[in-house]
Design a protein around this ligand. Structure first.
Ligand code: PLP
Length: 472
């Protein structure tokens, strides 16, 4: 029989030869290192001409193929000039860190092998590595040995998972009947200073935005536990069904920590799920010196920690941890004929909101294994030390300190007689010398300075102080 011939060769632009791949990989490695070095010494904010970008994009109409020798340098240049640079040590931003080198290696490995983590059957090693990291982080948080969890796309997915678990625990008919299973509207509690993705989550979970009760704070950015107790009692009297209390451990605006112990007690007293949102603050668990600020986290039903915040992985690396594997399985259980396995508590597609899954956790695995907990302790402690120095230097210069956080975020108001926070922050950004945010803390505008860049130094702090003073 004549040998069958391939109908057409593979598309070389999509699947180049081995030699070409080596060439492009080398090019990217070298070029990205140079671009990163330029970024570290250049403008933190975008300098791109968007009109020029749009007209260049219009020419890329996906009709005639273009070579990588044109596309790669062009795309690198757009990123070099067209984004706010988290890798610049004067980005004092929203917890988006400069990624650690092991995390970057993890991204490269994931892309190269592109494993499918929907099931342990398809990716046994990868699923096991992720589970190993999750168990280690859960242990570090003080959860019991049976604790489980998974990597998520970020803190919002992890928090969404907590709401689904809470609803599932509160009523075992929720899985089939949804909110209709409850005798009254299900509600849950967050503080007014918490991350307001919770409001979207109420919508997403089908219980509605009004189900998200925003508890007043104590004037220092922390949930008022007495107000929480009153709201729960009032909701019950009204026929609502409380299902969950969320304590934020490191508020987004000011790094404040809700009274975790009081929230845990109220949750236990009312039989509610208790979630701690430690999306960025959770990294201090690495430090024996700092972790005490999260005391009580070990009592949580579940915890959110984002590795893509203070653990310095690349974006898209959250974690959901829970002491209750059975509820997690009940929440995401499904059976299909086409998946190669269906093992509750093992196969990620039956224990998480995602189905097809990227190998998210390898970045934290490599970074944690390379640095050890002690390396991460040093990483978070140096951030806190730098922020303390900044706090003292700004106070000396007449800046008013608005928050009293033990984490690496500082909220300040300009000296009396200077421009308002919004104007000052706008001028700092326009200078390109540093990036700071405006936040609302306890009802007033403040300049929010967060330090999660692992290589920031006192020189960067002094540059920021100069930029802030010049903007007053
Ligand atoms: C306390 C807190 N929770 C949740 C989130 C949302 O996390 P993500 O942006 O990873 O979805 C953030 C983001 O800053 C946060 O600070």
């Amino acid at each position: 029989m004549a040998a069958l011939e391939n109908p057409v060769p593979p598309v070389a632009a999509l699947f180049p030869s081995h030699a070409d791949r080596v060439r492009w990989d080398d090019y990217l490695t070298r070029e990205l290192l140079c671009a990163n070095a330029r970024v570290a010494g250049g403008s933190v904010v975008p300098t791109i001409d968007m009109t020029a970008l749009r007209s260049q994009l219009a020419l890329i109409d996906f009709q005639a193929p273009r070579g990588l020798e044109e596309l790669l340098p062009w795309t690198i240049a757009q990123l070099e000039h067209g984004v706010v640079h988290m890798t610049n040590p004067r980005y004092f931003g929203l917890f988006n860190p400069a990624p650690s080198f092991p995390a970057l290696c993890g991204d490269r490995l994931t892309g190269a092998f592109n494993p499918q983590l929907a099931t342990a059957t398809t990716s046994p090693a990868a699923v096991e590595i992720e589970a190993h990291v999750i168990r280690a982080v859960a242990r570090q948080a003080g959860l019991p040995p049976e604790a489980t969890g998974h990597f998520t796309s970020g803190g919002s997915e992890a928090n969404y998972t907590a709401v689904l678990c809470a609803l599932t625990q509160a009523n075992d008919r929720f899985a089939t009947e949804g909110a209709r299973a409850f005798s009254g509207p299900p509600v849950f509690y967050i503080s007014r200073e918490s991350h307001l993705a919770w409001v979207k989550i109420g919508h997403q979970a089908g219980i509605g935005r009004s189900a998200v009760r925003q508890v007043p704070t104590d004037g220092r950015g922390r949930m008022d536990a007495d107000a929480l107790a009153t709201m729960i009692a009032e909701d019950k009297t009204r026929g609502c069904v409380p299902v969950l209390i969320v304590a934020t451990a490191g508020t987004t605006n000011a790094g404040m920590i809700d009274p975790i112990g009081r929230c845990a007690e109220l949750a236990r007293a009312h039989g509610l799920w208790f979630h701690v949102d430690a999306a960025w603050g959770g990294a201090v668990l690495a430090s024996d010196r700092l972790r005490g600020v999260l005391a009580g986290i070990e009592r949580a039903s579940s915890i959110t920690i984002d590795a893509h915040k203070w653990f310095a992985t690349t974006m898209g690396c959250g974690m959901f941890l829970t002491r209750d594997p059975a509820i997690l399985s009940q929440t995401f259980q499904v059976t299909t004929g086409f998946m190669p396995s269906n093992t509750a508590t093992v196969d990620p597609y039956v224990t998480t909101a995602q189905w097809s899954r990227r190998f998210l956790g390898v970045r934290l695995f490599l970074a944690l294994a390379a640095a050890g907990w002690s390396g991460y302790a040093q990483h978070v402690e140096r951030s806190v030390a730098l922020i303390s120095q900044l706090r003292a230097l700004l106070a000396e210069r007449g800046w008013r300190i608005a928050n009293a956080s033990s984490l690496a975020v500082l909220c300040v108001e300009p000296p009396v007689g200077a421009a308002d926070p919004r104007t000052v922050a706008g001028r700092v950004l326009a200078s390109g010398r540093a990036w700071v945010a405006v936040a609302t803390y306890e009802g007033r505008d403040v300049i929010r300075i967060c330090l999660t860049h692992g290589e920031a130094t006192m020189d960067d702090i002094h540059e920021l102080i100069d930029a802030l003073n010049a903007a007053c």
